[in-house]
Design a binder for this molecule. Structure first.
Ligand code: ADP
Ligand code: MG
Length: 699
């Protein structure tokens, strides 16, 4: 692979010595490339920069001016305030930073300063900047007086900076090195002019030039879109390659459909499939009856009817002479699935086997023998089903419930069987399509976006803590009717740092006082696994009335007699998490309730308002993504760099779709990117995702 000068250490750039290189590393800038791709935090349009003279108290102002004087002023109360008087052609204004005397070292007389904040009246007009940037250092400029007017008509770029590498240093470094770096990055252009036109993005060098020295805000946005395209395209290229290896490049099974089991299953259901279920089943049948191996994710809210869909897929496998396995993340869930399957398949004369850690030795031996000789057709169990050396005679389909604990590694284990069984991964955590494509782009995606008819939405309320008594009244009413209740807390036990009610303390209190007449259990993640299991089983069996818990009940068990979900400190839970918790109730015929207790402001209040008014898991997930940003969902890669720095999955859905289509087409034509025309793509892909890829090499 050819070496790009962009990958040489940043120290070789003009204006960077060993000391500065070290400081730049603190901002994540280690290679020349990192400086070129240092993403501006924001842009200030000169047209939004206001002349100082015209500012009035109450204005939200952005000003740019030269620092005329500065210093730290003590107040009588001991607070030290850093002040700088800045001046443009029209006048001067004071900027003040209470409690930040250290700024004395960062903002000096002669600096060109950008400040944003509201204009207040305090011994005259004053701005307390919520944001500022030293655009130019008075020291660097020397003693000569500049003409501030020269800054007009441009866009100010504001970078993430640090004390050791202030804003003006970054600007200066880019000024001195940008044209060289742009010349080098030209070599990495992998899109032809025709492709760029089709996608609607500028060239790479032009995009990066617009990122650092935009002629307009529009130009900066066009530049961002190109860089976002690159991120999404290579992400999808990685996924497309992984998909190729797990579907096309393995021996799949072509299931023959006879309807011998599918038809009687339809007839015995007692309800009609929803349109969404029917559509998703068509997608699954198409995969299963083709040569290619199925590797598909089925997404749907709690109660959308995923299990039925999975059972039809399993019957197609069995009709075609194969075995089918359904795997759950816990023993309890595996047992629950086994009961559902028995109910559905018993009448068809298909036995459901169950294999978990609780299966006794004799039964275990019987199940293993049946799976090995092929007489056992349907089995449910925990993930141990595939991880252990369980032998199957003709394993054709594996259904996995809940994708989160079923990672890429486990998927690879499945891929090592020959022929490789078809895989269907069910997820009850709805996520927006764009996020699903980013995270699970190697899987094909089916979505159940419709609930079976007649579901009553869970009545959801948000109460301030002062009205907790109302929540307890509701709980007692439901308990008196023989119903069961969840009470959820964010913490297991008392915390020194946080003044929060915790599950353990509140369990003590609730069982002694509030719900003294009822049986109250405690469940949290710090309990030993067996104890946790026993508590959950007791609640499931109706031997407990109230379950005090942390969010460990988030994914779990179906207790149709539970009708109240009470969530304390709801402000501390994410929107999707709240929705997951709410999904634990509302599974029976009776009206269920969810009460969120929270003293919430701003962001948390917005979450709770959305939560209260929306029951659609996908709408919730979209709102969650828009509020949190995708960083939270991806986590950070090993090097602390987020996967997506330019792309925004809410804004760039069109780019994501196009990137996926282009990437799949490229991999279909040239799976390992070995043709000369794909050399640059291959090099760039390896640069981004080399550690996760298994690209075959030449020869
Ligand atoms: P999920 O696995 O998506 O949480 P389930 O498959 O457990 O949902 O379905 C929830 C309940 O809805 C089950 O009792 C199931 O029998 C029922 N159900 C599924 N599909 C339909 C349908 N089309 N019409 C009526 N009820 C349905
Ligand atoms: Mg197939």
């Amino acid at each position: 692979m050819s070496f790009s000068r962009l990958d040489s250490p940043v120290q070789y750039l003009k204006g960077v010595g060993p000391r500065r290189a070290e400081n730049l590393a603190g901002l994540g800038i280690r290679k020349a490339r990192d400086l070129l791709y240092h993403v501006p935090r924001r842009y200030e349009d000169a047209s939004t920069v206001q002349p100082v003279a015209g500012l009035e108290v109450g204005d939200a102002a952005v000003v740019v001016g030269r620092v005329r004087s500065s210093g730290v002023i003590p107040t009588r109360k001991g607070l030290r305030i850093f002040q700088a008087v800045i001046e443009d052609e029209t006048g001067h204004i004071t900027c003040a930073w209470p409690g930040q005397p250290w700024l004395d070292r960062r903002i000096r007389k002669g600096d060109l300063l950008l400040a944003a904040g509201t204009v207040r009246f305090f011994h005259g007009r004053q701005i307390q900047p919520r944001e500022f940037a030293v655009l130019e250092s008075g020291r660097a400029r020397g003693a000569s007086e500049g003409e501030e007017g020269g800054a007009r008509g441009t866009i100010f770029v504001v970078y993430p900076a640090s004390e050791a590498v202030p804003q003006w240093v970054l600007r200066q470094l880019l000024e001195r090195n940008l044209s060289t770096l742009l010349g080098q990055v030209e070599e990495e252009e992998y899109l032809s002019p025709g492709e760029r036109r089709e996608i609607g993005v500028p060239g790479l060098a032009e995009a990066l030039s617009s990122l650092h020295a935009p002629r307009s805000l529009d130009a900066a946005e066009r530049g961002r879109r190109r860089l976002a395209w690159d991120e999404l395209y290579f992400l999808q290229l990685m996924h497309a390659h992984a998909r190729h290896r797990s579907t096309t490049a393995v021996n799949g099974i072509r299931f023959g459909r006879t309807n011998r089991l599918i038809r009687p299953l339809h007839e015995s259901l007692g309800f009609r499939l929803t349109d969404a279920q029917a559509r998703v089943l068509r997608e699954i049948y198409a995969d299963m009856t083709a040569d290619r191996r199925m590797n598909r994710m089925l997404q749907g809210d709690v109660g959308a009817g995923k299990t039925i869909v999975a059972v039809f897929a399993m019957m197609l496998a069995v009709e075609g002479g194969h075995q089918a396995a359904l795997m759950a993340p816990t023993e309890l869930l595996a047992e629950q699935h086994a009961r559902s399957l028995e109910r559905l398949l018993g009448p068809l004369g298909v036995e459901t086997l169950l294999l978990t850690g609780r299966t006794d030795a004799r039964e275990r031996a019987r199940v293993l023998a049946a799976l090995a000789d092929g007489s056992g057709l349907v089995v449910t169990g925990t993930h141990a089903l595939i991880q252990e050396t369980v032998e199957f005679a003709r394993l054709g389909l594996v259904v996995v419930d809940e994708q989160h604990r079923f990672g890429v590694r486990q998927r690879m284990v499945l891929g090592q069987r020959d022929p490789t069984p078809d895989t269907l991964i069910m997820s009850a955590t709805p996520i927006p399509r764009s996020l699903a494509l980013a995270l699970y782009g190697d899987l094909d995606l089916s979505v159940l976006d419709e609930l079976p008819p007649g579901r009553k939405p869970v009545a959801t309320r948000w109460l301030r803590p002062s009205r907790r008594a109302e929540a307890y009244r509701l709980v007692r009413d439901e308990l008196a009717r023989g119903r069961q209740v969840y009470v959820i807390y964010p913490l297991v036990g008392e915390s020194d740092k946080l003044q929060l009610r915790s599950a353990t303390e509140e369990w003590e209190r609730l069982r002694a006082e509030e719900f003294a007449d009822f049986r109250v259990g405690l469940l949290h993640g710090q309990l030993p696994g067996e104890e946790r299991d026993a508590v959950m089983r007791a609640f499931l069996a109706g031997d407990l009335d109230v379950l005090v818990a942390t969010s460990v009940v988030e994914v779990g068990i179906d207790v149709s007699n539970a009708t109240v979900m009470l969530i304390e400190h709801a402000e501390r839970f994410g929107l999707s998490q709240l929705h997951q918790l709410r999904g634990r109730v509302g599974r029976g015929a009776d009206r269920s309730h969810c009460v969120a207790i929270a003293d919430a402001e701003e962001a948390a209040a917005e979450r709770l308002r959305v939560f209260r008014s929306t029951h659609d898991g996908f709408a919730i997930a979209r709102a969650d993504l828009a509020m949190r940003g995708e960083g939270d969902f991806f986590g950070s890669q090993q090097h602390g760099q987020p996967v997506l720095r330019f792309a925004d999955l809410t804004l760039d859905q069109d780019l994501m779709r196009a990137a996926r289509a282009h990437a799949r087409a490229a991999i279909d034509r040239d799976p390992d990117l070995l043709t000369p025309g794909n050399a640059m793509r291959r090099q760039l892909l390896t640069g981004r995702f080399g550690d996760r890829l298994q690209l075959r090499s030449v020869g």
